[in-house]
Design a protein. Sequence first.
Length: 449
Amino acid sequence: MKSIFIYSFFMVLSYSAYSQKTIDKIAAQVGDNIILLSDIQAQKLQALQAQMEITPNMDCEILEQLLYQKLLLTQAALDSIIVPEAQVDAEMEQRLRVIQQQIGGRQKLEEFYGKTINEIKAEFFKVISEQLTADEMERTITQDVAVTPREVQRFYDGIPLDSIPLINQQMMFQQIVIYPEVTEADKQRACAKLKKIRTSIVEQNRSFEAQARVHSEDPGSAQFGGRIEATKGMMVPQFEATAYSLKKGEVSEVFESTYGYHIMKLLDRKGDDYVCQHILIIPKYDDAGIEQAAFRLDNCYKELISGTITWEDAVQKYSNDDATKQNKGTITNPYTGDVMWDAENLSEIDRDIYLLTDKMNPGDYSLPSLYVNQQERKQGVRIVRLVKRTEPHRANLKQDYALITRAAEADKKQKVINDWINAKINNAYIRIDEDFQKCNFRNPWLKEM
């Protein structure tokens, strides 16, 4: 059983808007915490939207997940576990940003739900707070769970052969990257370009939206004419300070952030929420900077091939990539947090590295090549080393020990959670509506009365 059935926030909003026109009732109660029939239906709607199979027992399964959440909340209140409001607000904003991208903006979300963003936040603050509090309570229950090598072996031996998962080809990589340093001249060029764009908007009545589509180097907003809808705490400090300093319709002077140089036009502001357009110009290295980086990395490559420097020493001497330099250049898989890359994930995230290393043997180095860090939007030069490559196989302890250890730990945590549920049920006030009395729960929620 999942620890908490996390709401798809858009589905919650959708069903909430619908359920206002229907009759609701209490499906269950744990301590002072109630579960409404609409809570169950909202999660079922989420499953439908996700194209999950709807089973006859789904309502009961959802109810059991919600019963567990409410039991966690009841214990959290007894243990004085409180999630700070700032953390709840941050989680709320993150979810709202995702929804706005899906639905087409903050205004469309307000139109769909029939309420302002602040009213939506107020209504669902409790929902998010309860989810985070339950998560924190569960972490408290399982924080001391660890597995020994013997337990990992026992867990693996207990998996039926036909249930042992197949593992795709996986690879491990290291890299040495040199990003040319942005010079003052590079910055001045970017700033001058943006000032010229601003002049065309302010003095020549050019459309800000059109200029953003043509010139802005922010991939997330350029296609929308530079439009951004945000609230306090979402953007970098320089951007946010400018948004709160402008009057409606005013265009800012050029300002600098960690991303580059911006100009902004404020479209609307209500309390902490604001809508603006912006144009971003990122300072670019000139050809001399790239050539210098390539020259340095050519020297590095020659030293590696001749054996006059070890890989570890070369990383420390040459690389200026903060994400990998302190870990011997090892590239971490953002999907899993692991150092091993599934071939399918790799081709999606960094196709260049896949092509570079396809014919390489473990221990080989690639020739220095141009590299674009898509996350940080930086260009540089890099050498890639293939550390390890595994062929497709069934999971085993020799090749996949870390993976099996995580699975064994998750299994042990679930057993600890089940024991905790069974112990707490006996002392908790639990009431379940007669419509759910015939549910076949995994835990004894239907106590003898």
